[in-house]
Design a protein around this ligand. Structure first.
Ligand code: PLP
Length: 433
């Protein structure tokens, strides 16, 4: 399968090239040249399949031409050795819990898949690949942990100083080995800009092989479509046959775009809700038809503090830039920090379910919008313990129990290198490696 650029001014590339490059040469995002639909019969038997079995079938549609079946099978069963269950929160509202992986956030799925896929491509090559990843918190930990000890790969995690939680920071600054954490004196948008500039810098690209592991990268982002199929299967398994609405707490819009891909592959989804915090440029676009990226602001749902969401280009491409067609498939909501806190508190007290700040945004939008003949699924994108300070600030001290997996990270020592927001500093640093 070939991958083309959303900017359409460079030729299409192979899967291997799309994965090792990350971003296309014209600054566009790679798109698969085809989105294959499943036969409707496929969905009738889906409830009898496990998350891993479903994921294999979906992965095969995108990667089957390029990756031998037994290798893809190994990658899937090695990567996705955890579940993504649905849990009923109230009435017809379900939480799709994506936090049962090693770093307790949905990004484990794509991060681990990409690491294994890249390792497969690098086998027999005498080249070192440098993965650059800008993170607002969760991407860094998922990617760093996914790539830890993978031969031939070095990872540089760029994160905004003081803007990620202690637990998040520990998950990517304590690993050492092939993982380096760069603490940038700026915002997430600054980190993302540094990474994008690096990909476009000729001198740097002549000197070293660079790739991204943000949801820019097709190997990171396409696997995120797996769990939408799984949610459908688990709802049908539970006997629920209502029309499905997905509410997706969004930042860079990788997750939501992966959901749209699932719909384009034939998954019966009625519509999507794009749920934002105060960083609401996509919400504004849905209201007005005008897309105006701007600087991000800090919120308590910090993994969604994105002012210029990369995957928006993919959404426009999927719908041929038609605002009307996009609005037919999704509506937008946006919530302030106070509203997020209020929702976390209410749901904890009334439904006995602990939301993290991101999931709370998804839940609230779903509750506001869901019809009685529909069933709603919001993506619970991270375990509440990843945001213990915020969650306990709302629900009270001692409410959050730190899972074993996270407690282990907290014991490690932070190792990170300070970095300015100036691209020349970053470039010089990379060239010195
Ligand atoms: C990354 C992240 C998001 C946003 O996902 P996008 O794909 O960037 O829209 C939401 N919640 C959490 C916890 C995240 O880590």
């Amino acid at each position: 399968m070939k991958f083309y650029s959303t900017n359409k001014s460079v030729p299409s590339v192979s899967l291997m090239e799309a994965v090792t490059k990350g971003l296309a040469g014209d600054n566009g995002l790679f798109m698969p040249e085809r989105i294959e639909e499943f036969h409707p019969e496929f969905f009738k038997g889906l409830h009898q399949m496990s998350f891993q079995e479903i994921s294999f079938e979906v992965a095969n549609k995108f990667f089957g031409e390029d990756i031998p079946e037994h290798i893809l099978d190994d990658i899937i069963f090695d990567t996705l050795n955890f579940d993504c269950p649905i849990v009923r929160v109230r009435g017809n509202i379900y939480s799709l819990e994506l936090f049962h992986g090693p770093t307790l956030a949905f990004k484990d799925v794509g991060g681990r898949f990409m690491a294994r896929l890249l390792a497969h491509f690098l086998k027999g090559f005498d080249k070192e690949v440098n993965v650059l990843v800008a993170t607002s918190g969760d991407t860094g930990s998922a990617v760093a942990n996914g790539f830890l000890n993978v031969p031939g790969i070095k990872v540089y995690v760029l994160y905004p100083k003081g803007l990620v939680s202690d637990i998040q920071e520990k998950q990517f600054t304590t690993l050492g080995k092939n993982i380096t954490a760069l603490e940038v004196d700026g915002t997430f948008d600054d980190c993302q800009r540094l990474v994008k500039s690096a990909f476009l810098d000729k001198e740097l690209n002549d000197a070293m092989v660079l790739t991204s592991a943000n949801s820019i990268n097709v190997a990171r982002f396409l696997p995120q479509s797996f769990y939408y199929f799984n949610a459908y299967a688990r709802l049908r398994e539970a006997g629920n046959t209502n029309d499905i609405v997905f509410s997706v707490p969004s930042g860079n819009f990788g997750n939501l775009t992966a959901g749209l891909f699932a719909k384009f592959m034939g998954l019966p989804v009625k519509r999507f809700i794009a749920a934002n915090n105060e960083n609401d440029v996509v919400y504004q676009y849905l209201q007005t038809g005008t897309y105006e990226p701007r600087a991000s602001v800090a919120t308590i749902a910090n993994a969604m503090d994105v002012g210029a969401p990369s995957n928006f280009a993919r959404i426009l491409e999927l719908y041929n830039n038609s605002h009307r067609d996009i609005c037919a498939d999704m509506v937008g909501y946006r919530y302030s920090d106070d509203e997020i806190r209020e929702t976390m508190k209410q749901v904890y007290e009334k439904e006995n379910y602990m939301l993290d700040p991101h999931g709370a945004v998804g839940y609230r939008a779903l509750k506001a919008d869901l019809g009685t003949d529909e069933v709603g699924v919001f993506l619970e994108t991270a375990h509440p313990a990843k945001f213990t300070e915020t969650v306990e600030g709302v629900l009270g001290k001692g409410t959050v129990v730190l899972p074993e997996k996270l407690a282990a990270f907290m014991k490690g020592e932070k190792l990170s290198i300070g970095m300015s927001t100036d691209f020349t500093d970053f470039k010089d640093y990379l060239l010195s490696k």
